[in-house]
Design a protein around this ligand. Structure first.
Ligand SMILES: Nc1ncnc2c1ncn2[C@@H]1O[C@H](COP(=O)(O)OP(=O)(O)OP(=O)(O)O)[C@@H](O)[C@H]1O
Length: 648
């Protein structure tokens, strides 16, 4: 006969039953059957038992309870923070339900924006030209945004596929500087359930709207950069934004136009155009043309992906220039050759289908064009013009955590690497912007060495960089409400980078003690003096005959600083053979190295002025005095406290 069911007041019998249950189905929890627990559940033992069965299964058939889902840390797949903001709309916000109302509200809001003149965009880069106090042309930053059109497959999809980002009004400052806004009309559903638009305006040097063509973008950005490259300066243009926002479309248009202009130039015959293409994936850099012969013909099998065949090394030279090792350069004799090279390089870039783009670039693609005179002594009449360089950078698109949720582990890692490098790019942009503000300058640290991508773009971020560099940043955005959070994020980060003409440039005081800046004569006289001092040192043999002019006479300070140590030794020893020459070369090279390091680490005030040694010593002494005064004050205070305590 079955024993009668236990009543809730059979405390000890319930205790045994619970112990038996836990020992069978969840042994680790058996210790929880204590008096306190029995007290807590007094009168409700039946309910407690039922809860246990639901959680751990019937007696003798344990089930393992599912752990509570853990929130995925944002840093894993979304370090750029794109996933933090909820997308506009979605089921929660109800934007899609009010689509028709929102479309009407956007139409009303945009009707109020004055129509723009139909003139083509001005040459934006030239408009930013500026001259510093010493009369030298300064580097420029030009900041644009491009709002792509709604794509055919997005038309008629309903829901949140409606436009909410448009070109806004243009305005001209008292100083005559013109800006153009990108207007974000974020759809929101109020607490009372009413649809409303939240307006945010971001100022750019120029806003290219959905109707702007690649030709228009080229005329404003590409043509002036091509002219500058032909004149021997450096230009960098990069686009960033969400995946599928139109970066590749824009950069390809720019590259096509620039190539056309370089070969259409009247002096094209006397110039040599070299092309390289690399892709950056996290910390790996791959040469996309590694297996091609110089003429563009194909060699062995191509290495796809940023490993193996075309692995490129990147670092900084003594004079601060960014140097690449193992990156092939291809001389393109004609426009057709260059177009073919570009085609090969781009076809090798890694692409994948993403939530937003079927052929999404999953690496940062960097096209480098070098434009120089056709070899020395060619009679080109181009003189000693140093080669111009253009970096045309098509960044991989950022993805929100929500958009990458279906990715495999490898793709998640890839997204993480892309977002991390974009995050360090953003940090550099932010720091560089702060440095451009009055009072910012050289005291702001721009962490461009933190990632390979930003190191490659050193000319853009190095505040102390003496090279003339025209930088153009294009913030690429989708116009759709569906993407509004991500687009706002892109605009938000880009907009502060716009710096007014005349404000951005910190006049850099040239350091007369920096050997990189010395003339041939200065370098030769320093080498002669240092060699004489070296041979006067105690223990040195007879003074060694050393003629710096004969060895380094035709070289500028920078050229001598760039010599490899072995080459430096070879030259000195060609004149002073044996151990004496070896010792001299060693001492001279070490002294030169010290000068370079000193110059690189010399302190400057926030306005860029060099701090003299006397000032540095005075500042140090002043801080010692201040510290001593503080210590005295502190001692007085302690005495006072001790007295107060003795009274109490
Ligand atoms: N201004 C434009 N006019 C017409 N079509 C455009 C425009 N911008 C982008 N598109 C189209 O949108 C799609 C996505 O553009 P694109 O591949 O350039 O995006 P992306 O930002 O480079 O994306 P990802 O970062 O994923 O590589 C392409 O089909 C492209 O042709």
């Amino acid at each position: 006969m079955a024993s009668p069911p236990l009543g809730d007041d059979d405390r000890e019998q319930w205790r045994s039953k619970l112990l038996e249950y836990y020992s069978s189905n969840a042994p680790a929890k058996a210790v929880m059957v204590t008096d306190a627990m029995m007290d807590k559940w007094a009168g409700k033992y039946e309910e407690l038992y039922a809860n246990m069965v639901e959680k751990y299964g019937p007696l003798g058939s344990p089930i393992v309870p599912k752990p509570a889902p853990k929130a995925r840390p944002a840093a894993t797949a979304d370090p750029a923070g794109y996933g933090k903001q909820p997308a506009a709309g979605g089921k929660q916000s109800g934007v899609a339900e009010f689509r028709d109302e929102f479309v009407k509200l956007v139409a009303v809001a945009t009707a109020a924006i004055p129509t723009r003149s139909s003139e083509a965009a001005p040459s934006l880069v030239d408009a930013k030209s500026n001259y510093s106090a010493n009369g030298l042309e300064t580097s420029t930053f030009t900041l644009c945004t491009r709002i792509r059109p709604t794509l055919p497959h997005e038309e008629g999809r309903g829901g949140e596929y409606f436009t909410c980002i448009v070109p806004g009004e243009s305005s001209t400052s008292a100083g005559g500087e013109r800006t153009e806004a990108a207007l974000v009309l974020t759809p929101k559903v109020s607490m009372t359930g009413a649809p409303k638009l939240e307006k945010t305006s971001f100022a750019f040097d120029y806003t290219f709207g959905p109707d702007s063509t690649n030709d228009e973008v080229y005329a404003a950005i590409g043509a002036p950069l091509a002219r500058r490259a032909l004149a021997g300066s450096v230009g960098v243009v990069f686009a960033y934004g969400q995946t599928g926002s139109g970066k590749t479309h824009t950069m390809n248009g720019l590259l096509d136009g620039i190539i056309g202009d370089l070969y259409a130039d009247a002096t094209a015959e006397q110039r040599q155009i070299k092309f390289s293409y690399l892709e950056v994936q996290g910390e790996s850099i791959n040469d996309c043309l590694a297996d091609l012969q110089a003429g563009g013909s194909k060699g062995s099998a191509a290495g796809k992906g940023a490993t193996g065949v075309g692995a490129v090394k990147i670092g900084e030279a003594l004079d601060g220039r960014v140097m690449t090792r193992n990156l092939s350069e291809h001389v393109a004799g004609s426009r057709a050759e260059l177009v073919a090279l570009v085609g090969v390089a781009q076809s090798r870039r890694r692409t994948e289908a993403t939530e937003k783009n079927d052929t999404s670039s999953r690496s940062h693609g960097v096209a480098i064009l070098e434009v120089g005179p056709l070899g020395s002594g060619s009679g080109s009449g181009l003189g000693d013009l140093s080669p111009g360089r253009l970096y045309i950078i098509d960044l991989a698109g950022s993805e929100r955590a929500a958009d990458s949720k279906e990715h495999s582990k490898a793709r998640m890692e890839e997204t993480k690497a892309i977002n991390l490098s974009l995050m360090s790019l953003k940090e550099c942009i932010r720091a560089r912007t702060m440095a451009s503000r009055p009072g910012g300058g050289l005291s702001v640290h721009v962490p461009y060495r933190r990632s390979k991508l930003t190191l490659l773009m050193k000319d853009v971020f190095d505040i102390g960089c003496a090279r003339l560099c025209a930088t153009v940043v294009i913030a690429a955005v989708s116009p759709l409400a569906q993407d509004v959070a991500h687009s706002t994020n892109t605009l938000q980060y880009a907009a502060p980078l716009r710096v007014a003409v005349g404000v951005s440039q910190v006049p850099i005081e040239l350091d007369p003690r920096d050997p990189v800046l010395w003339t041939q004569e200065q370098m030769c006289s320093w080498l002669s003096e240092t060699a004489a001092i070296a041979s006067d040192e105690p223990g040195s043999e007879e003074p060694v005959p050393f003629d710096a002019q004969a060895l380094f006479g035709l070289m500028s300070g920078m050229q001598v600083c760039l010599l490899a140590e072995s080459e430096f030794h070879k030259r000195v020893q060609s004149q002073v053979p044996g151990a004496a020459g070896g010792g001299l070369a060693k001492r001279l090279y070490a002294a030169l190295w010290m000068l370079i390091v000193d110059a690189k680490t010399r302190k400057r005030s926030p306005n860029g002025r060099l701090i003299t040694e006397a000032e540095e010593t005075a500042a140090k002494e002043a801080s010692e005095v201040e510290r001593a005064e503080k210590q005295e004050l502190w001692k007085d205070r302690e005495k006072q406290l001790a007295t107060e305590r003795s009274f109490n």
